[in-house]
Design a protein around this ligand. Structure first.
Ligand code: DGL
Length: 263
């Protein structure tokens, strides 16, 4: 199946998919040349989504996970109308997890500007429970930290502290890691928000939804004894993606193909 993100953030979803569906072959695409999606207009990101899903379908993907909240908000609906294979996005599963986790019905959303402005999480949560209040904050610098591999240490902690100071008087008991990059900052974010705030990483719920979809449509890969070899592509530097797979996932460097978009 295909999995994509604007960069390495989607690797946080990839690792859940590998855990729950070890026999499935994944084609991962990092659209690093066009990162960040979070600061681009929705219509532009929507076109990226259509283009990338098409690219993954051409490579034989039987399902696609949009492992990027910004791309899900901008393009899941449009892509679902265009392609017949199952598509899974981040926001539905993330909203469900957050509503399940909150006790005081005050939920923080840490996401890109694009996701916050789209109102997609706010709408999804309201539909599940209209009493839940969402406090949304764009945390753009987090994406840069992760892309640069700075997921720990005093510098990361200072940036996270600065960005999350806004939540200090919001009395949230749950916070959604509403950008797949932020999952790699989980321990710093957790330290900054403190033990009274439950962090929701939608990645696991997304992998569960994917597993269920594949099962219900009889698309699961059966009878595969050894783990299949995944394929990695990037529109940025293949060397850099290799390094990031090693750094963020602790896996041996995979071979990475280069993608260049027309125009
Ligand atoms: N990882 C992407 C997300 O989940 C966002 C990063 C970006 O701005 O490109 O929203």
């Amino acid at each position: 199946m295909g999995v994509f993100d604007s960069g390495v953030g989607g690797l946080s979803v990839y690792r859940w998919i590998k855990e729950l569906l070890p026999h499935e072959r994944v084609i991962y695409l990092a659209d690093t040349a066009r990162l960040p999606y979070g600061l681009k207009p929705q219509a532009v990101v929507r076109e990226f989504v259509i283009q990338i899903v098409g690219f993954l379908v051409d490579l034989g993907a039987k399902a696609v996970v949009i492992a990027c909240n910004t791309a899900t908000a901008a393009g899941l609906e449009a892509a679902s109308g265009r392609f017949s294979i199952p598509l899974v996005g981040m926001i539905g599963p993330g909203a469900r997890e957050a509503v399940r986790a909150t006790r005081n019905r005050r939920v923080g959303l840490l996401a890109t500007e694009g996701t916050v402005r789209s109102g997609a999480y706010q709408r999804a949560i309201r539909q599940l429970d209209p009493e839940v209040e969402v406090f949304a904050r764009g945390c753009t610098p987090f994406t840069t930290l992760v892309e640069e591999g700075r997921t720990e240490g005093p510098e990361a902690e200072e940036v996270v502290r600065e960005q999350l100071a806004w939540f200090a008087d919001k009395d949230i008991d749950t916070a959604i890691l509403g950008c797949t990059h932020y999952a790699f900052l989980r321990s710093v974010i957790s330290r900054v928000l403190g033990p009274s705030v439950t962090l929701v990483d939608p990645g696991r719920a997304v992998a569960e939804e994917l597993a269920q979809l594949l099962r219900s449509q009889d698309l699961l890969n059966r009878g595969c004894e050894t783990a299949p070899e995944d394929a990695f592509y990037t529109s940025g530097s293949p060397r850099r993606l290799q390094e990031m797979v090693q750094l963020l996932l602790g896996l041996p460097a995979p071979s990475v193909g280069q993608v260049s978009w027309p125009g």
